[in-house]
Write a protein that binds this ligand. Structure first.
Ligand code: NAD
Length: 383
């Protein structure tokens, strides 16, 4: 079975789906890996390293894809100008981020092209599948990088300094949403010496926040919304009002706010109003990691930096791609573990829809949209 790793095409996508270590792991079960030349260049992997790991390196996407039974990507294939789906043969298994709840046109196209697509976003967050969880691995990268970005934009130090030229007070950082990205942001800001506060609507994370050396923002009001599978659900209007009051009280003397709050299948909740932004000290920085799903801050623009009365509001797009070496290494490990769910030890492919990872993560197969949530999203879109 031939496995293709084409060069990523999304502008700014510097990651690659498989690194040489992953090539070796897949070759072990008899898969034949074909990598497009230059696919790993932006992630620090040369064609030679791929060859040494046992892959064939070919000169074009078409050559990589021809005859492939499995295609591994990071970003979803484009369906317009050019239509990259048309280069993938019918019956091929495509493993990639697909953004399937939002990107209905792509899902229709994959279904129509009879491609069996597995969405990295839909790998269930169960203990057994932790090593396949690319949302977590890439959120780790984003949480870390968000703090570095903020530190770079802040016209201040983060740590405390006691020097002959005076004592500098440490910066104050507020992290909203303490999931995978938020916890990594807390850890990174603490390592840089900042004073860190955090808040999340899942009370279970209070202990994790505190164990990283941050303070969990407390309120008398009930601002908790624990959903299914460790995720949050939407707050009631009254609870949301209380949360905004809590945050408004905290941001006024905060130097950096990093927001990571998400609710699966919905727009990101609004946590910072324009008025709150304006209440912050000029020079302060907000990094909105939810910018791709609408943003947690009212003034965020996805992919842009907005200056609002001297406060810098960053809405970085595709942050994991900005640390491509380690983001790719982690993603590759996720992919290799996932592939082992449908490729046996002798390289034979078997798509078992009863498998508790493949079943939920399989979006399209044989002209059908298999995942119920994606089907609902498609029907909603059509209506
Ligand atoms: P996410 O990206 O969906 O959300 C980020 C955070 O935002 C979450 O912690 C959520 O509670 C929080 N949030 C939502 N609305 C909020 C609001 N109004 N105010 C403040 N915070 C708000 O979540 P994620 O980081 O991908 O994962 C969340 C959790 O899921 C993890 O911390 C973990 O408990 C669980 N998880 C489990 C596994 C596993 O067992 N394999 C893997 C990954 C995640």
């Amino acid at each position: 079975m031939k496995v293709a790793v084409p060069k990523e095409t999304r502008p700014g996508e510097l990651r690659v789906a498989l690194v040489p270590q992953g090539v070796k792991a897949l070759a072990k079960v008899g898969l034949k890996i074909v990598v497009e030349t230059g696919a790993g260049a932006a992630s620090g992997v040369s064609d030679n390293e791929y060859k040494e790991a046992g892959a064939d390196v070919v000169g074009s996407t078409a050559e990589a894809l021809t005859g492939a039974g499995i295609v591994l990507r990071v970003s979803p294939p484009s369906i317009s100008d050019p239509d990259e789906v048309s280069a993938i043969s019918r019956g091929t298994i495509l493993v990639s981020f697909l953004n399937p709840l939002e990107n209905q046109a792509l899902i229709r196209r994959l279904s129509e092209a009879r491609i069996s697509s597995i969405s990295m976003e839909l790998v269930p967050r169960i203990t057994r599948a932790q090593s396949m969880d690319a949302l977590s691995s890439q959120a780790t990268v984003a949480g870390y990088k968000a703090v570095l970005l903020a530190a770079d934009h802040l016209p201040k130090f983060l740590p405390m300094f006691t020097t002959a030229a005076g004592t500098i007070r440490p910066a104050k950082v507020l992290i909203l949403g303490a999931g995978v990205a938020g916890l990594q942001a807390i850890a990174t800001a603490r390592r840089l010496g900042a004073i860190v506060e955090a808040f999340d609507v899942r009370p279970a994370v209070k202990e994790q926040v505190e164990s990283l050396g941050a303070t969990f923002l407390e309120t008398e009001a009930d601002v908790t919304a624990e959903g299914e599978g460790g995720y949050a659900k939407e707050l009631s209007e009254e609870q949301h009002k209380k949360e905004l009051e809590l945050i408004a009280g905290a941001v006024v003397d905060t130097d950096i706010v990093i927001t990571t709050a998400q609710i699966p299948g919905r727009d990101a909740p609004l946590l910072i109003t324009e008025e709150m932004v304006k209440s912050m000290r000029p020079g302060s920085v907000i990094v909105d990691l939810a910018s791709e799903s609408g943003g947690n801050c009212a003034v965020t623009k996805n992919g842009e930096t907005v200056i609002c009365e001297g406060i810098q509001v960053l809405g970085p797009a595709n942050l994991p791609a900005s640390i491509p070496v380690h983001a790719s290494q982690m993603y590759s490990k996720n992919i290799v573990t996932l592939v082992a769910e449908f490729v046996g030890e002798n390289g034979e492919v078997q798509l078992d829809f009863e498998n508790d990872v493949i079943g939920p993560a399989m979006v399209t197969h044989d002209g059908q949209v298999r995942n119920e949530r994606v089907r609902d999203a498609l029907e909603g879109d059509a209506a």
